[in-house]
Ligand binder design. Structure first.
Ligand code: SF4
Length: 300
C-alpha cells in the first residue's frame, strides 16, 4: 500500500446494517460499510463515532463489516422496510483505501439492485469508478446520486488536509464519467476552511470544474469543530500551517464560526451558484418498484 495504512484492521460481523437518523442532510438512512476511515482528513467530523467502539483512533483502528451485504439483504427483506433512499456512508467513506482490498461495495450495490432500492453515495475517492457498471445498472431501475466531497483544488494543500483521498480534480472528473452514464451527481464543498480554502480562486475553480463535469448541485459548508475534531484539526494545522492557527481560532466561537464570517461566505457561494447556474435542490427521482420518492432538499 502506498498510503499511510491503519495500525489495526478488525473484521467484524453485524446483525443490522441500516442506521436511522434525523439530521438535516439528504435522507434519513445511512449504511456505514466500515467504522473509522483511512482518508485521514484532518478536519474529519466523524471522529466522535469511534467512542461507541471504545477507540479513540478513528484513522488507525478500522473496523470492516465483512458481512455487510448479507445484513443489508436481510434488512431490505423485512416487511417493514419501505424502500427509502439509503446514504453510503454517514460516518466513514465506503471507498476509503481499504475498500480496494475488501471489495465490499460491489456486493452492496448488487444488493441494492436486487431490491431496486435508491442509493446516495458520498465519497472522496475515485475508487468508485471501479463499480461504475453496477451503479449504471442500479440507476436504470432505481435512483443513484453520487456526491464528491471536496475542499481544495490546490494539491499542496489537499495532500496535507486529506492525505489519502483522491486529488480534487480527479474527484470532479469522476463525476463527469458518471454523468456520461446518466447518473446524477453533486458536489459537497465541505468543509471550507477559513483562511485556507475559502479564497475566490479556489471556490471559483471548484464551481467551474463541477459545472464542466455535468454536476447538478453544489453545496458548501464552513468547517465545524466539534468534540475531538477541534484538537486533531489544530494539532495538524500547527504542523502544516502554523501561521493560520490564531487567525482561524479568532473566527470561532466554540465549535462554530462567527456569524459575520458565515454571512460573508454564503454571499460568495450564492454569487457563484448564480454565475454557474447550479440547482439548489436535488431533483426528484422515483424508485420504480416501491414508488418511493428520492427527495433531497439541501438549502444553504
Ligand atoms: S473521508 Fe470523511 S469519514 Fe473519511 S476521514 Fe475524511 S471526512 Fe472523515
Amino acid at each position: 500500500m502506498d498510503y499511510h495504512s491503519p495500525m489495526s484492521i478488525k473484521e467484524i460481523k453485524i446483525k443490522t446494517s441500516l442506521h436511522y437518523h434525523d439530521n438535516e442532510f439528504a435522507c434519513n438512512w445511512d449504511l456505514n460499510v466500515y467504522r473509522g476511515c483511512g482518508h485521514r482528513c484532518i478536519y474529519c467530523f466523524a471522529q466522535y463515532s469511534h467512542k461507541y467502539l471504545e477507540s479513540e483512533e478513528f484513522f488507525d483502528d478500522i473496523f470492516v463489516k465483512t458481512n455487510v451485504a448479507e445484513a443489508l439483504h436481510a434488512d431490505f427483506s423485512k416487511r417493514s422496510w419501505n424502500g427509502s433512499p439509503v446514504n453510503i456512508c454517514g460516518v466513514t467513506d465506503g471507498y476509503q483505501p481499504l475498500e480496494a482490498q475488501y471489495m465490499l461495495m460491489p456486493r452492496i450495490i448488487q444488493t441494492f439492485i436486487r431490491h431496486r432500492n435508491p442509493m446516495i453515495i458520498t465519497t472522496k475517492s475515485t475508487l468508485l469508478l471501479r463499480d461504475i457498471d453496477l451503479l449504471e445498472e442500479l440507476n436504470k431501475i432505481a435512483s443513484v446520486y453520487v456526491q464528491a466531497s471536496v475542499s481544495s483544488m490546490d494539491e499542496s494543500i489537499r495532500t496535507k488536509i486529506e492525505p489519502n483521498a483522491s486529488p480534487t480534480s480527479d474527484r470532479l472528473y469522476m463525476l463527469g464519467e458518471l454523468h456520461k452514464r446518466g447518473i446524477n451527481t453533486g458536489v459537497l464543498m465541505m468543509p471550507i476552511i477559513p483562511h485556507l480554502t475559502d479564497n475566490d480562486e479556489n471556490l471559483d475553480a471548484i464551481f467551474k470544474l463541477a459545472k464542466e463535469n455535468g454536476t447538478l448541485t453544489l453545496h458548501a459548508q464552513v468547517l465545524h469543530l466539534r468534540g475531538n475534531t477541534k484538537k486533531v484539526f489544530f494539532d495538524h494545522m500547527q504542523i502544516f500551517f502554523p501561521e493560520l492557527v490564531e487567525k482561524i481560532k479568532f473566527l470561532y466561537n466554540g465549535s462554530y464560526v462567527k456569524k459575520e464570517y458565515v454571512d460573508m461566505f454564503y454571499q460568495k457561494i450564492s454569487f457563484l451558484r448564480k454565475k454557474y447556474n447550479f440547482y439548489n435542490k436535488i431533483p426528484l427521482h422515483k424508485c420504480q418498484k416501491q414508488n418511493v420518492q428520492l427527495s433531497l432538499i439541501w438549502e444553504v
